[in-house]
Design a protein around this ligand. Structure first.
Ligand code: GP9
Ligand code: MN
Length: 652
């Protein structure tokens, strides 16, 4: 009887976790990913693999083992759900290493938790009710057995070692059987996928959502943990000399595109450089109005005397702000999982601040009014070549706003620090006030967002409007300090705003949006470059991206990119028809075509668009550039994870 109830409880446990996984999947709303019968079997199999051992536990601890596992798995599913709502990705081991950071999302996390998530713990209420009921029932039985004499001690006295051993053996087989069945149900179909359409995916994992599509949630976590252990504790990875030669030859070709001694080369040598990496600053609202009010009036004004790149893409992955920072300053792609700053801060890269410092004697500083440990900046910034990192503790909190200090005060105080620095200087600033969930206090809201009032989309516009005003004040400050006429100002957005509701954008822009429109909207961030003499002002529609910053700034300052290993393009070279911009998801554009990969990540399942007609075309025109795009992501990953630049780079 006791044994039977144990199997019944186990069955209920498997069912409960399975239902949670199904609920979780329903919440993802991931296109192209359906839970097929095979996927359901994988899910059930992986639950069995995670829990078969509980059947080996003696009766005393069995329910506790099963209960704790339920709590653990539920917590994992819930954490993944919250994380996915914000990042459209799953939690990985490197992300867990930044656990403090997830907590620091604070207010954002509240926005990301929905009342319907309570369904995930509905079974706990049932378990509790059942346990209470059983307790009452037992008491009743006990009272009635007291009346006919208590048989308990008699039963206990009959316990002997032989009986114990037999019971242990009796537990061994069911546990083993569940393990084997679980293995067959999960690993079997995954192996089948891996041998057929998903081969490439396991070799070249660039997107966790596609991995999830094959392995399910528990399988994904197993794969991710395994990958982490292999990467960090496995046999030292080595790159075959053939592969290294292929990489070197790719860079020889890249340098041909990057190095061009034309009239802009060195035209601004010795100028200060101020880079503003702006939080969640997207391109779609540049030049747009709401109720007759411009969203970004100061940026728009600045555009008139600057170079503006409307087809500039963020190329970030899971590392968000830190990826934008890394890619812009190293001209390499971020990693498919985690942040380079967290995973490999000790590896060698060719970094813009380091180069400016050693090659041209620049004073280099990073400015970000937040905890210095976030995204591992305390460790990463000295490695990048910054003399000084001004973090939250260096600022007076005289304008508390959102996560930290308001951008207006942040710019004002940063400018004060800058003016005390020796020139020329390289100043890298990261703003924060326009961070999710974009809820500014009433006194800072100066935009009438009309029909969007009170919505997250309206709040987003509001916070960008505030940041824009801060930008205007910074420009005025730079002028006042007499820096404007010998400073290059480089402003770009770090990534999208995580608000993905198409109707919001349609209502705001007043037109229907195609899938291509939407993809571009979510991936384009503005880039503005103001040159000291306001020369070359205009709109540059060629495709460009965050990886282009370092080669382009070095070009303007007259420092050759020749000795370095950069993957981006030089925005000032004439080879505009060779501009392939590759996003971390594997999407790319070369200005002619635009490719959107599918979740399956099979090339043929993706969408290829002709940018001149903006219509979806046959897949073929995307084939060659897609191979190159994959090659680039692969080269970048190999360089970073194997610390290859440490041996390739003679300029250390
Ligand atoms: C905080 C800032 C925000 O320091 O970098 O990071 P994000 O959440 O955008 O990656
Ligand atoms: Mn950010």
């Amino acid at each position: 009887m006791l044994r039977k109830s144990r199997y019944f409880a186990y069955l209920l446990f498997v069912m409960a976790i399975f239902i949670k996984l199904v609920l979780f999947h329903g919440q993802l709303k991931a296109r192209y990913i359906d839970m097929s019968l095979l996927d359901n079997l994988i899910a059930i199999g992986s639950i069995m693999l995670a829990s078969f051992w509980t059947l080996w536990l003696p009766a005393r601890v069995f329910k506790w083992g099963l209960g704790s596992l339920n709590v653990l798995l539920t917590a994992l599913i819930f954490a993944d759900l919250v994380y996915y709502r914000y990042f459209a990705d799953f939690i990985t081991v490197p992300v867990l290493m930044q656990a403090g950071q997830v907590g620091a999302l604070g207010e954002s996390i509240e926005e990301l938790i929905h009342p319907r998530d309570l369904w995930l713990i509905a079974d706990w209420a049932l378990w509790l009710a059942a346990a209470l009921f059983a307790q009452v029932w037992r008491r009743k039985l006990q009272t009635s057995s007291h009346t006919i004499g208590n048989l308990g001690p008699v039963y206990r006295a009959s316990t002997n070692y032989k009986g114990k051993g037999r019971r242990g053996l009796g537990r061994l087989f069911p546990g083993l059987a569940v393990f084997i069945l679980g293995f067959m149900l999960s690993v079997g179909p995954i192996q089948f996928y891996a041998r057929t359409w998903a081969t490439e995916l396991f070799e070249n994992n660039w997107w966790n959502v596609s991995l999830y599509n094959v392995t399910g949630l528990l399988g994904f976590h197993y794969y991710d943990a395994n990958r982490y252990v292999q990467e960090h504790f496995g046999a030292a990875m080595s790159v075959e000399s053939e592969e290294q030669e292929a990489i070197e030859s790719w860079f020889r070709e890249a340098k041909r595109r990057q190095v061009e001694p034309n009239e802009t080369f060195g035209a601004y040598a010795g100028s200060n450089v101020v880079v503003i990496q702006t939080e969640a600053f997207m391109n779609f609202m540049i030049g747009q109005e709401i109720a007759g009010q411009e969203i970004t009036p100061h940026f728009n004004e600045l555009m008139k005397e600057s170079l503006y790149f409307p087809n500039y893409y963020h190329q970030t992955g899971q590392g968000r702000t830190s990826d934008a920072d890394f890619s812009s300053n190293s001209s390499l792609h971020p990693l498919p999982t985690g942040s380079v700053a967290v995973r490999y801060p000790d590896h060698h890269f060719d970094m813009l601040p380091q180069i400016l410092k050693t090659q041209a004697g620049y004073a280099t500083s990073a400015f970000h009014a937040y905890e210095g440990s976030f995204w591992n900046r305390n460790q990463m910034y000295p490695k990048m070549g910054y003399d000084r990192f001004y973090s939250k503790k260096d600022y007076v909190m005289d304008e508390p706003l959102g996560w930290s200090l308001g951008d207006k005060s942040f710019f004002r105080q940063s400018l004060d620090f800058m003016t005390q620095t020796q020139e020329p200087f390289y100043s890298f600033m990261i703003t924060l006030s326009s961070h999710h969930p974009y809820s500014l206090p009433a006194e800072t809201r100066t935009l009438d967002t009309g029909e969007f009032e009170g919505t997250i989309f309206g709040n987003y516009l509001q916070s960008i409007h505030y940041m824009d005003e801060a930008l205007g004040q910074l420009v005025a400050g730079l002028k006042q300090e007499g820096l404007w006429d010998h400073t290059i100002l480089y402003v770009y957005g770090d990534h999208d705003n995580s608000v993905t509701v198409r109707e919001d954008y349609e209502r705001f822009l007043g037109r229907k949006l195609s899938e291509l429109d939407m993809h571009q909207i979510m991936n384009q961030v503005p880039l503005l470059i103001h040159l000291p003499d306001s020369k070359y002002a205009g709109v540059y529609p060629e495709p460009s991206g965050q990886l282009d910053m370092t080669p382009s700034l070095l070009h303007l300052l007259g420092i050759s990119a020749e000795p370095y290993y950069f993957m981006g393009n030089n925005l000032f070279s004439s080879a505009t028809d060779e501009r392939l911009v590759v996003l971390r998801t594997g999407a790319f554009t070369d200005g002619q075509v635009y490719y959107i990969p599918s979740a399956s990540h099979l090339f043929e399942d993706g969408q290829c668009y002709d940018l001149s007609s903006r219509e979806r075309t046959d897949i073929e025109p995307c084939r060659v550039p897609q191979e190159e795009a994959m090659n680039r992501l692969d080269i970048s990953d190999t360089l970073i994870t194997n610390n290859l630049l440490n041996s390739m780079d003679s300029n250390k």
